[in-house]
Design a protein around this ligand. Structure first.
Ligand code: PMP
Length: 354
């Protein structure tokens, strides 16, 4: 490729998702998917889909789906925006709401996609260091900025902040948009801040069906915000790809959203296994962050967590390790089934000769 051709091409450093290994007996604890299948209502709906509908472009309003989401989180249908996974929703939010010369703020240890979108859209940013114990420095977000994005619970620490502290950040920044990324909120005791979207016109709450709804494969995410911000987001989406979500996703997300019982049962099982995983890791000498998510973040003094990561991979157990400052001796482990977590613990014990 000649250099004049090359200079016309984009030069980017993309986000690197966790591996998607396939194979008999692999234990996949590296991308925070659910170990459980989607609701049986999703299976029923798949069997009954009228495939001729697929010849048409999808419904771009999706009122019933918005109503179900709204009912589940105490917001109105006109306060809901739908997208293809929360990654897409977040990317559109960055484009729609972060248009200032002042830097956008997010924690230094957080979802690594934020930096990628900032680079992609040429948005200046500043990282606000988490405290030593990886909790959020609320005061660090009380200053003028180009906008704020915070996951609550945070990733990859799994730590959840009190809603009153998050509200302090929202109310202290009425001149900029504050995005609260609630990808893991259903696994926490604190609950969602979504109901505050009609109190604060600068609040955007983003959620996903990839984790607590066991539907990472349909790519479904959404945002809650006041109708003014929703209209701006729709404007951005319609300048890029005007169809909301595909027909299958719309149908399956709707069915899943209506099955509260199954959802609560899966979340309950994951929380129980999480407690078991945290306890076992602590007994093996790990420092474990208090997790409010479907994953656990842990380190162990005098042990190379990178070597442990490689060892586990050799055993067919995939977890996540990040080569990033402050956390390069940590592992992030998705909560799987009890059986998967027992196998993981056995392997760790073997690695430590215990
Ligand atoms: N936010 C956070 C904090 C995440 O960890 C993830 C999962 N990688 C996402 C958003 C995106 O999830 P999805 O695009 O599957 O909805």
């Amino acid at each position: 490729m000649n250099s004049r051709l090359k200079e016309k091409l984009i030069d980017i450093e993309p986000y690197v998702p966790g591996e998607q290994p396939k194979g008999e007996g692999i234990i996949k604890l590296n991308t925070n998917e659910s170990p459980y299948p989607p609701s049986p209502r999703v299976s029923e709906a798949l069997k009954n889909i009228n495939y001729t509908e697929l010849k048409l472009y999808p419904d771009f309003v999706c009122t019933e789906l918005k109503e179900v989401l709204g009912e589940n989180y105490g917001v109105r249908a006109d306060e809901v925006f739908l997208g293809n996974g929360s990654d897409e929703v977040l990317a559109l939010c960055f484009k729609a709401f972060f248009n200032s010369d002042m830097p956008v703020l997010f924690p230094d240890i957080t979802y690594s996609f934020y930096k990628v979108w900032a680079g992609f859209f040429n948005i200046p940013y500043e990282e606000v260091p988490l405290r030593r114990d990886f909790t959020l420095d609320t005061e660090g977000f009380l200053r003028s900025s180009g906008g704020i994005v915070i996951p609550n619970p945070n990733a990859p620490t799994g730590i959840c902040e009190r809603l009153s502290d998050i509200e302090k950040i929202i109310s202290g920044n009425r001149d900029s948009v504050v995005i609260i990324d609630e990808a893991y909120v259903d696994f926490s005791d604190n609950g969602s801040i979504a109901r505050l979207v009609n109190k604060y016109d600068n609040l955007v709450v983003v959620q996903t069906y990839s984790k607590s709804r066991n539907l990472a494969g349909i790519r479904f995410g959404y945002a809650f915000a006041n109708p003014g911000l929703i209209r701006i987001l729709e404007g951005v989406r319609n300048s890029f790809n005007s169809y909301t979500v595909n027909t299958l996703t719309k149908i399956l997300a709707y069915e899943s959203g209506r099955d509260r019982g199954y959802f609560e049962m899966c979340v309950g099982k994951i929380r129980k296994t999480r407690a078991y995983l945290m306890e076992e890791l602590s007994e093996l000498g790990f420092d474990v962050c208090p997790s409010s998510s479907n994953f656990v973040f842990a380190t162990r003094a005098d042990t190379s967590c990178k070597a442990l990561f490689e060892y586990l991979k050799g055993e067919g157990i995939y977890v996540r390790h990040f080569d990033s400052p402050r956390i390069d001796n940590y592992l992030r482990i998705t909560v799987g089934t009890d059986r998967e977590i027992s196998a993981l613990i056995d392997s760790i014990r073997h690695f430590l000769n215990k």
